[in-house]
Ligand binder design. Sequence first.
Ligand SMILES: [Zn+2]
Length: 154
Amino acid sequence: MYCPSCGDHSTRVIDTRVGREGSEIRRRRECEECGRRFTTRERLEISLPQVIKRDQRREDYERQKLVTGIMSACVKRPVSADAIARLADRVEAWLHEAGDREVPSRSIGDRVMADLKALDALSAIRFASVYQSFGSTADYAAFMERLDAEPEDQ
Ligand SMILES: [Zn+2]
C-alpha cells in the first residue's frame, strides 16, 4: 500500500474495523516514512454460489430473500428476528464451507428446514409448504413423516 503523500510503500496498519454491514473492512494506516495517516476501504468478496431454481434458471444468492421466506413461515410463532438472522448466518456458513459454485434451491430449503425444525416444528412445516410447493397431499404426508423420523439435534 503506497502512501498518498510521499509514495513510500512502508505503511503499517494501525487499526482494522469491519463496516456496519459486515461487507467492508476499513484499515487505518500510517506511513513509516512521513507519518501520514490514511484510511483504506476493502470490499469483502462474498463468494456465495448461484442458486439453481426448480426451472433450472440460475440466480444470485440473496440473503434478504431467504430471511423473508423464513420470516413469513414464522409469523405469529415464537421465533425471534435474531434467531432467524442466526439461522441465515448458519446457512451462509454452510454454503461457504461447501464451496460449490452452484447449489439447488431445494438443498438450501432442506438445510433451512432442518435448522428451523429445531427452533419451531410448525414454522418448519410452513416453510416447507412454501419452499417446496407440495404437489400432493401424499408429498405433504411424506414430509411430515420425515420430519417426525429425523432426530431433533442435527
Ligand atoms: Zn508517506
